[in-house]
Design a protein around this ligand. Structure first.
Ligand SMILES: [Zn+2]
Length: 397
């Protein structure tokens, strides 16, 4: 299921368009809670250009939810909206942990970060198209750098998921009709036939229940992992760890965001933890000899024109690269991130991209050999059944 790529293609374009000036429009909305931040820091103000812009663009039906660091506008169910708000706080917490590990010194948040939640996919798509120039049709959420906000929709309204639910519902009805037939057969004395029909119905029901659980788990994983991914983009740029004016190659922006992905925000997550769906996909590419040469990967700045398998390849490979660099080349990774944010605005040539990479990490081919040696060893130690059993339901490109 392809997700992010299109929005991220737009990420770079939007940064170039710069901030849009939007006038404030006062709309009275309930202030649900205002908590002090940990460590006795002063509460963050909710007021910001991002907040005013969102408030102006959204209809009055949108409720406002606040946590210590986020303000969420939502027309979706209160339970899910609340869960999303607390997930964003968890992302911030893990982001801070990563920043300390890396000694990155992110700038403090200037105000509460803005998130918008849509109950309906159509409204989400229209908003993305009209206000954020994002073609968000194949993704469950996106980050809009110019507007400094993240936007998601409730996957319960995803066409694929609704369709799958409808099919499960039809199967459910078939089971009921099998049971009715069994009853009818019993009534006219065809006991053996009735038993057979009942046994089939039981097996069928087991299958449908299993499929339903798989579907709900999948929707939940996609939703949570997408939330984490997009919020990490927002935090990296808002805190200046990445600079909005810089022409970043895809591997570092997407590598950092994917390295945080998790489908359970109750447990620690970040580049020092694996996200199995990504890890599996990467190993599959490695096993198939389907990786891009590192020297080429680190020069890619634009996904425009890349087909879906290529986009997925770039994301999975960037994920594994950032995980490895974070573990074995941490000082070099810090140096690279720090060097990149001081780059001049405007496009960087391939030559400049590779020069910046090699200034931090040394010769790209040598680094690639060291990295892949490690990955092949890890792959060899993995139980062979594990990869074969995995399905292809990775939630992101
Ligand atoms: Zn991304």
């Amino acid at each position: 299921m392809p997700l992010h790529a299109a929005a991220h293609r737009h990420l770079r374009e939007q940064t170039r368009h710069g901030h849009r000036v939007l006038a404030a429009l006062a709309v009275a909305l309930a202030l649900l809670c205002l908590t002090r931040r940990a460590g006795g820091e002063a509460p963050l103000t909710v007021d910001s250009p991002a907040f005013k812009a969102a408030r102006k663009l959204l209809p009055e039906r949108f409720q406002r939810y606040e946590t210590s660091r986020f303000v969420v506008f939502s027309d979706a169910a209160a339970v899910w909206s609340g869960q999303q708000a607390s997930r964003l706080e968890r992302v911030h917490h893990q982001f801070e942990r990563f920043a300390r590990q890396m000694n990155l010194q992110p700038r403090p948040l200037r105000h509460k970060l803005v998130c918008i939640l849509f109950s309906r996919r159509d409204d989400y798509l229209a908003f993305a198209r009209t206000n954020d120039e994002a073609q968000a049709s194949w993704i469950a959420g996106y980050y809009a750098p110019a507007a400094d906000r993240v936007v998601f929709y409730d996957l319960q309204d995803d066409a694929g998921i609704l369709d799958a639910r409808r099919k499960l519902e039809e199967m459910q009805q078939e089971i009921q009709s099998m049971e009715r037939e069994a009853g009818a057969a019993q009534n006219i004395g065809l006991s053996r036939q009735a038993d057979e029909l009942r046994a089939n119905a039981v097996a069928y029901r087991r299958h449908v229940d299993r499929e339903r659980r798989r579907l709900e788990d999948f929707a939940q994983s996609v939703s949570v992992a997408t939330t984490v991914h997009e919020a990490v983009h927002q935090l990296l740029f808002h805190t200046g760890v990445q600079a909005a004016h810089v022409d970043y190659p895809v591997w570092i922006s997407e590598g950092l965001a994917t390295a945080f992905e998790s489908d359970n925000t109750d447990l620690p997550f970040g580049p020092d933890r694996e996200y199995e769906p990504r890890r599996d996909e990467f190993f599959r590419l490695l096993q198939a000899g389907d990786l891009l040469p590192l020297r080429r990967l680190v020069q890619i700045v634009d996904l425009g024109g890349a087909d879906e398998p290529q986009v997925r390849r770039i994301y999975h490979q960037s994920y594994a690269l950032v995980i490895w660099l974070h573990r074995f080349r941490r000082d070099e990774l810090r140096a690279y991130i720090q060097k990149m944010r001081q780059m001049p605005p405007g496009e960087l040539s391939s030559r400049q991209q590779i020069a910046a990479f090699e200034a931090a990490f040394g010769d790209a081919d040598q680094l690639e050999r060291a990295w892949l040696r490690h990955e092949y060893t890890q792959l060899a130690e993995r139980p062979s059944s594990q990869l074969a059993e995995a399905n292809n339901d990775s939630p992101h490109p």
